[in-house]
Design a binder for this molecule. Structure first.
Ligand SMILES: NC(=O)c1ccc[n+]([C@@H]2O[C@H](COP(=O)([O-])OP(=O)(O)OC[C@H]3O[C@@H](n4cnc5c(N)ncnc54)[C@H](OP(=O)(O)O)[C@@H]3O)[C@@H](O)[C@H]2O)c1
Length: 345
C-alpha cells in the first residue's frame, strides 16, 4: 500500500449517446470530461494505458439485457482495460502496479480492488493480457480444449480466422498437430495466416464465389471441428462439410450482430441429426476457474515461439469508437486495442 492524498481530477470518457441501428456510427458515441473524486480508504486510482474493443459490446448497445447487462444511454461504456495504479489506499496494491480491470473507455477509474488483477509484465508485453493471454486468447483455448476436446490430427475450420479469437484458435490448433483451414476477408490477413500462423489453407470469403464448395475442395476428407465466430453462411458451409460425430464450437456469430432481421442461413441444420453432430455454445467467463491453467499453457506456447501475438493498435481514447466500428469492417488483424496513454506519459 502506498498512500497519497489525491485531488479531484478531470478524466475523459466515452459515453453511449444513442443505440446503434444497424452498423454503429461515430454519432452513437460522445467524448465527455468528468471529475473523479479523491479515493477513500481501501481504494485505488488507476490511469488506463490500454483498452479492448470487442464485438460482444455491440450486444450491450441494444436495449434489454442478454447474458450481460445493456449499456445505459448517457453513461460510460465498459470493457477490458489495463492501467497503472497511480494512488493506493489498498493494502494489496502499490503505486506502479499494472492491473487488469473492466472499466475501459475512460482515462481514470477508482476501485475497491474487487475483480482487479495484478499483472506480471515479465510474462509478455502488458497488452497481451487483453488479447493472447487475456479474454480472447482464453476464449480460443476454452473453445478448443473444453468444448471441442480437440485431438491431434483433426481438421479444424475457423471463421474470422485472423481476428483476436480466431488467430489464437488457429495457432493453438496448429500447436496441437491439427490441420487448420481459416476464412478471412482480406488478402493481407490471408498472407499473415499462412506465413505467421502456419495455417494450412485460407479462404477469402469476400471473393470466393461459393464458400461451401471452396471448403469442400480444401477439406476433401471433411472437417472434424468448426470454430464458429461468424455464423450464417459460414455455419452452413461447415455443416455441409463436417464429418459424422464432428463438433461445432459456437463462439460468436458476428455476421448477425448488426442485422435487424434473423439470418437466412444455415438452411441445412437438419444435417446435425444424420451426422450426429455436437453443437455447443459457451461463454468464456463461465470458465474463469481455469484461467491459471490457460495462462500457464498459452504463455509456454508463446515463450516457445509457437504463438505470435498480433495487435492492431488505435491511438487515443477519442478514436475508440472508430476502433470498435472497425471490427465490423474487418479493419483489425489480431487483437483490436486502443492505446489510451503511452507508458512514458
Ligand atoms: N463466447 C465467448 O465467450 C466469446 C468471447 C470473445 C469473443 N467471442 C466472439 O468471437 C468472435 C470473434 O471475436 P474477436 O474479439 O476475436 O473479434 P475479431 O475477430 O478480432 O474481429 C472481428 C472480425 O470479424 C470479421 N467480420 C466482421 N464482420 C463480419 C461478417 N459480416 N462476416 C464475416 N466476418 C466478419 C472481421 O474480419 P474479416 O476481415 O475476416 O471479415 C473482423 O476483423 C465474435 O463473434 C465474438 O462475439 C465470443
Amino acid at each position: 500500500m502506498s498512500t497519497k492524498t489525491s485531488q479531484a481530477l478531470q478524466s475523459q470518457q466515452i459515453e453511449l449517446l444513442s443505440r446503434p441501428d444497424g452498423v454503429p456510427t461515430k454519432g452513437n458515441f460522445s467524448l465527455v470530461t468528468v471529475e473523479v473524486s479523491p479515493i477513500s480508504g481501501g481504494e485505488i486510482l488507476v490511469r488506463n494505458q490500454w483498452m479492448s474493443v470487442d464485438p460482444y459490446m455491440r450486444g450491450r448497445m441494444k436495449a434489454g439485457d442478454s447474458y450481460v447487462p445493456a449499456f445505459k444511454i448517457g453513461k460510460p461504456l465498459e470493457g477490458g482495460c489495463i492501467g497503472e495504479v497511480i494512488e493506493s489506499n489498498h493494502e494489496q496494491f502499490d503505486m506502479g502496479d499494472q492491473v487488469l480491470g473492466n472499466l475501459g473507455w475512460r482515462e481514470y477509474w477508482k476501485s475497491d480492488g474487487k475483480g482487479v488483477q495484478k499483472l506480471d509484465p515479465k510474462l509478455a508485453p502488458i497488452q497481451a493480457f487483453l488479447g493472447a493471454l487475456g479474454m480472447t486468447g482464453m476464449t480460443a483455448w476454452v473453445g478448443l480444449k473444453r468444448i471441442a476436446k480437440l485431438r491431434p490430427g483433426s481438421t479444424v475450420f475457423v471463421s474470422a480466422a485472423s481476428g483476436a479469437v480466431g488467430s489464437m484458435v488457429c495457432q493453438i490448433a496448429k500447436a496441437k498437430g491439427c490441420m487448420v483451414i481459416g476464412s478471412a476477408g482480406k488478402d493481407e490477413k490471408i498472407r499473415w495466416l499462412k506465413e505467421k500462423a502456419s495455417v494450412d489453407a485460407v479462404i477469402n470469403y469476400k471473393t470466393t464465389e461459393n464458400l461451401s464448395e471452396e471448403l469442400g475442395k480444401l477439406a476433401p476428407n471433411g472437417i472434424d471441428v468448426y470454430f464458429d465466430n461468424v455464423g450464417a453462411d459460414h455455419l452452413e458451409a461447415a455443416i455441409d462439410h463436417i464429418n459424422n460425430f464432428g463438433c461445432i464450437v459456437c463462439c460468436g456469430m458476428i455476421s448477425t450482430y448488426n442485422a435487424n432481421e434473423p439470418a437466412a442461413a444455415p438452411r441445412n441444420l437438419f444435417k446435425v441429426i444424420g451426422k450426429r453432430l455436437r453443437m455447443q455454445g459457451f461463454i468464456v467467463r463461465d470458465h474463469m476457474a481455469d484461467r491459471e491453467e490457460f495462462v500457464r499453457e498459452v504463455s509456454s506456447l508463446y515463450r516457445d515461439g509457437k504463438i505470435v501475438c498480433e495487435d492492431t493498435i488505435t491511438e487515443g481514447l477519442e478514436n475508440a469508437p472508430s476502433a470498435f466500428i472497425g471490427l465490423f469492417n474487418g479493419d483489425n488483424l489480431g487483437k483490436a486495442l486502443v492505446r489510451i496513454t503511452k507508458e512514458s506519459e
